[in-house]
Unconditional design. Structure first.
Length: 472
């Protein structure tokens, strides 16, 4: 194992020493062995530690400064972090401060410039740690960070406000931090009494929230204005009037930010590991499933629907060929299939025969014919659902084409239209609906209006059965 004390040049040379200096495992192992005397030695004699190249002592000293810094305490209190999370966060910030100082070669500068231990500790606490925490907050809460700085600038520059810090005799004005400065309206007397800070949130509830200004500004127009300076000054003035008391700057920030619409987005992993609250020590995997289909699934579904439309077209063509392209038999076949399988009302075979004006034997015949052709399709279960909806929509169009009358402009001739011409026109209208392509917007028509169906005779039944046998 390498000795704890290294030469200064070796400590900052790229290699194993710098890796060990920022390793959390080594840090905790070595820090636990430090005695009370070494802890006092770390807190007061920075120059001696740096000159000796004792990276373990420097890491321990930085950890003490980071954990006691006011900015770190405020940030961790705002997040309500636990002991383990607080320790890990402080250790990470300690490593970051160490790396920043090493990159800028500040350790050697402290020795060359003749810094004493108090000056080194003052610079680390008030400059380095504060800058790192500020940069972290800027990256994590970009809009809130910008609004906080704008609130401070408005209070200092707008003529409607003035500082009441001189009236507070508890601390010196020169030593008061910026966040503890007291502000109020200019027309108030300088000795106006202050109310307790816990009353301000309830008093500010009467102030209305502001609408977000989406006008873009800044470098590259990459950020929203959110609220203009004039509107921000009016909002602060309304809050001060509602509170009727001078307020510290940090409290004014806390009262103003909830009145604005801020979007401090934080990107997190959807598969992050979360601790189980019911059984400590165990972890559950967070897996959020998006219910929407992926682009690949959408393309596959579109292709599947197109294939089912082709299957339905082939099925209807085969059924029409089975009835020898006879319009009357085709009409009966479609209506029997609709009433037996697709109609929302449950029909018995006798009622279907009475409704269509045919015998029960013909209903059985057309139903068997439809079943035989459908069973020839070898499809998985998921495809049958899509085919069922596609066939339902196609049957609706076909039956509507058969029921709709045709309005054809006839020539001025006293001669009647032959029955063959009527059947040809009706066949053309039905075939146009069967095509899978987009049909014409004009409604399909027939030559003659519907007439009430009559009961089929025994000769007709025998002729149709003979035709089916011949086709087979």
């Amino acid at each position: 194992m390498r000795p704890a004390y290294l030469k200064f040049q070796e400590w900052f040379s790229p290699g194993e020493a710098i890796t060990q200096a920022i390793s959390p495992v080594l840090y905790y192992e070595e820090a636990s062995k430090l005695s009370t005397a070494l802890t006092m030695y770390i807190q007061h004699d920075w120059i001696r530690i740096i000159a000796a190249g004792d990276y373990v002592a420097v890491t321990q000293g930085l950890f003490e400064l980071v954990s006691k810094h006011y900015a770190i305490r405020n940030r961790e209190y705002r997040h309500r972090a636990g002991d383990t999370e607080l320790l890990d966060s402080t250790a990470d910030l300690t490593q970051e401060v160490f790396l920043k100082l090493s990159e800028k070669n500040r350790w050697q500068h402290y020795l060359d410039a003749g810094y004493d231990s108090a000056a080194v500790e003052h610079e680390i606490c008030h400059i380095e740690i504060a800058n790192i925490v500020g940069q972290t907050l800027r990256n994590r809460y970009p809009e809130s960070f910008r609004l906080v700085r704008r609130i401070t600038a408005v209070l200092k520059t707008d003529p409607r406000f003035k500082s009441f810090s001189a009236s507070d005799k508890t601390t010196e004005v020169a030593t008061r931090a910026c966040r503890n400065q007291i502000y109020g309206l200019r027309e108030w007397p300088i000795n106006k009494p202050r109310k307790d800070d816990s009353l301000f949130p309830d008093l500010a509830k009467t102030v209305a929230c502001r609408t977000r200004n989406t006008r873009r500004s800044g470098r590259g127009s990459s950020s929203h204005v959110i609220i203009s300076n004039q509107e921000l000054a009016s909002l602060i003035a309304e809050i001060l009037e509602a509170a009727d008391s001078p307020i510290e700057l940090r409290v004014i920030r806390q009262l103003v930010l909830p009145k604005l619409t801020l979007t401090d987005v934080r990107v997190t992993s959807l598969s992050s590991v979360l601790a189980d609250q019911d059984s400590p020590g165990t972890f559950t995997e967070l897996d959020v499933v998006d219910p929407h289909p992926t682009p690949e699934q959408q393309l596959c579904n579109k292709e599947l629907i197109h294939q089912m439309e082709l299957q339905v077209s082939d099925l209807l063509n085969s059924l029409q060929a089975a009835v020898n392209h006879k319009s009357r038999r085709w009409d009966r076949l479609l209506r029997v299939a609709w009433d037996c399988y697709f109609d929302s009302h449950t029909w018995s075979q006798s009622r279907i025969a009475a409704k269509l004006g045919i015998s029960n034997a013909l209903v059985t015949h057309y139903r068997t014919l439809f079943d035989q052709h459908v069973k020839t399709l070898a499809l998985p279960f998921e495809h049958w659902l899509i085919l069922n909806e596609t066939l339902r929509a196609r049957l609706v169009g076909l039956i509507s084409a058969l029921d709709s009358p045709v309005d054809i402009q006839l020539a001025a001739s006293p001669l009647p239209i032959s029955r063959d011409a009527q059947r040809a026109a009706k066949k053309t209208a039905v075939t146009s609906v069967m095509m899978p392509q987009v049909v014409n917007s004009a409604p399909p028509v027939t030559l003659t209006p519907n007439r009430p169906a009559r009961a089929a005779s025994a000769n007709e039944v025998r002729r149709e059965r003979f035709a089916v046998g011949s086709a087979a």
